[in-house]
Design a protein around this ligand. Structure first.
Ligand SMILES: Nc1ncnc2c1ncn2[C@@H]1O[C@H](COP(=O)(O)OP(=O)(O)OP(=O)(O)O)[C@@H](O)[C@H]1O
Length: 461
């Protein structure tokens, strides 16, 4: 697997259409689906980020969302992209030197809280970027500090749209609604496509873009057939675990079902609940919801705001059950008083926690912060998704017009580099990544299993 990733990631260096236009420099980052390189555009020496995406669906989602968000000042700029059959997609992005996780970890290392005026400016920029997404009905689904990139001049931009989806009234995005192209569709005859996103005629761009979309759709529908033969089409719940290896090792495997992240539940019109990074994942996702909306981003936003305020993650769960347990210890048990629809969550009846008599409350997680700051986080970190404040409501929150006022962007202290040294430390940023998590049941100690009419109920102490 590692060898495959490695050889794939080198393919960018051999792509003639790319090296004709860009000098590819060092690798600056690697995520679950992509390798990112610094590059230089030969025509004008502009520094860019070249993101080679190893997963066609992530590539499609990122391209689709970024095209829709062109012109949003707080969303990363997509300069152009390259798509070739049987090759990874390569997207060319504006280069951004650092990110919010570096801002937070630098301040944590210094042991000095972020000045309130700076914090407010970071928050406003995040809100503005997310507002652009939500106005376009794009749910990002993976908001976290390391996906909030920052330019030399302090402009913060939402990035990594590989898990983004466009919501429609039917729950599917345009990609889902379009039928796969016919076999003789001429737009699929192109073996190599290269699409520019800026300074070009709208018409030709759109046609080429649709061609790429069709190519991706065909490829995905073929791959989905393969997946369906391996993974039974279940309820798309990923309760208690989000990795296939966890499922394989789990003694309770038959009590819940699993769907790979790529396979959305088309039948029910829902999405997969296995999205985002655990620490920022909304409780409805942890309980297996597949009918969620923009509100899952608002929960993540609340966790990010809390982290800016305390320089520590709000809910650093080590597994999905531990994640839920931490949330419950703060907010109290999830019941119909907290959210009248909670019993409709797919895994609500399957998993239960002992009664938390005295939940700590959000204020206990934000020591020494002002009532306005606690109130801001509470507007987002609450069980009922409908009660979470929208980006527009938050942008008008009095917190941002009261002293100390947000500093101008030019006065923000911007780290000179991106911090990657924490990545190997225990409890560091690598914990944001779900891929290596162990079985939740092992992590959580003794549990009580009860046989029910529909399977098992799992009770955690
Ligand atoms: N436009 C950019 N400018 C500079 N660096 C970038 C840019 N885009 C991404 N990076 C770097 O590359 C890393 C991986 O990129 P990204 O998060 O987009 O990939 P991914 O595979 O989707 O990641 P993840 O596993 O977090 O979902 C980022 O954490 C960041 O350090």
């Amino acid at each position: 697997m590692a060898t495959e990733r490695q050889s794939k990631s080198w393919s960018i260096h051999t792509r003639s259409e790319i090296i004709a236009k860009y000098q590819i420099m060092e690798r600056i980052g690697s995520g679950a689906y992509a390798d990112v390189y610094r590059g230089r555009r030969l025509s004008d020496d502009l520094t860019v980020a070249l993101k080679e995406i190893h997963d066609y669906q992530s590539a499609f989602r990122e391209i689709e969302a970024l095209q829709m968000l062109q012109g949003s000042p707080n969303v990363v700029v997509l300069h152009e992209y390259f798509w070739r059959e049987d090759e990874d997609a390569v997207i060319v992005l504006e280069y951004l030197t650092t990110d919010l996780s570096t801002v937070i970890s630098n301040a944590a290392k210094e042991g000095i809280p972020l000045p309130v005026g700076e914090m407010k400016r970071w928050m406003i920029q995040i809100l503005s970027g997310l507002d652009s997404c939500h106005r376009n009905m794009i749910v990002h689904r993976d908001l976290k500090p390391s996906n909030l990139l920052i330019s030399d001049s302090g402009i913060l931009k939402l990035a990594d749209f590989g898990q983004a989806r466009i919501l429609t009234e039917h729950g599917f995005d345009a990609f889902e609604e379009n039928p796969p192209p016919c076999e003789n569709d001429s737009s699929n005859n192109e073996s190599s496509l290269h699409v520019r996103c800026e300074n070009q005629e709208q018409g030709s761009s759109h046609e080429e873009y649709i061609g790429v979309s069709d190519e991706l759709k065909t490829k995905r529908s073929v791959d989905d057939v393969d997946k369906d033969t391996n993974i039974p089409d279940g309820n798309t719940s990923c309760l208690a675990t989000c990795t296939t290896s966890d499922m394989d090792n789990d003694p309770m495997r038959t009590s819940f079902s699993y769907e790979a992240t790529e396979g959305e539940d088309r039948e029910s019109g829902g999405f997969t609940s296995c999205v985002g990074t655990r620490w920022f994942r909304a409780p409805e996702l942890l309980y297996g919801s597949i009918n969620y909306g923009l509100e899952i981003d608002l929960w993540s936003l609340g966790c990010i705001f809390a982290e800016l305020l305390t320089l520590k993650p709000l809910f650093p769960g080590t597994a999905d059950i531990d994640q839920l347990s931490r949330i419950i210890n703060v907010l109290g048990n999830l019941d119909e008083r907290a959210w009248s629809d909670c019993s409709k969550l797919p895994d609500y009846g399957i998993i239960s926690f002992s009664k938390v008599e005295n939940p700590a409350g959000v204020e206990a997680c934000l020591p020494n912060r002002s009532p306005d700051e606690v109130s801001l986080v509470k507007k987002l970190v609450c069980y009922d998704p409908a009660r979470r404040a929208t980006t527009m409501e938050l942008l008008h929150d009095k917190y941002f017009i009261e002293e100390p006022l947000p500093v101008p962007v030019s006065e923000l202290r911007v780290p000179l580099t991106r911090n990657t040294e924490d990545e190997d430390s225990v409890g560091g940023w690598q914990d944001y990544n779900d891929m290596g998590s162990d079985s939740d049941f092992d992590d959580f100690g003794p549990v009580n299993f009860t046989r029910t009419g529909t399977g098992f109920s799992i009770q955690f102490p």
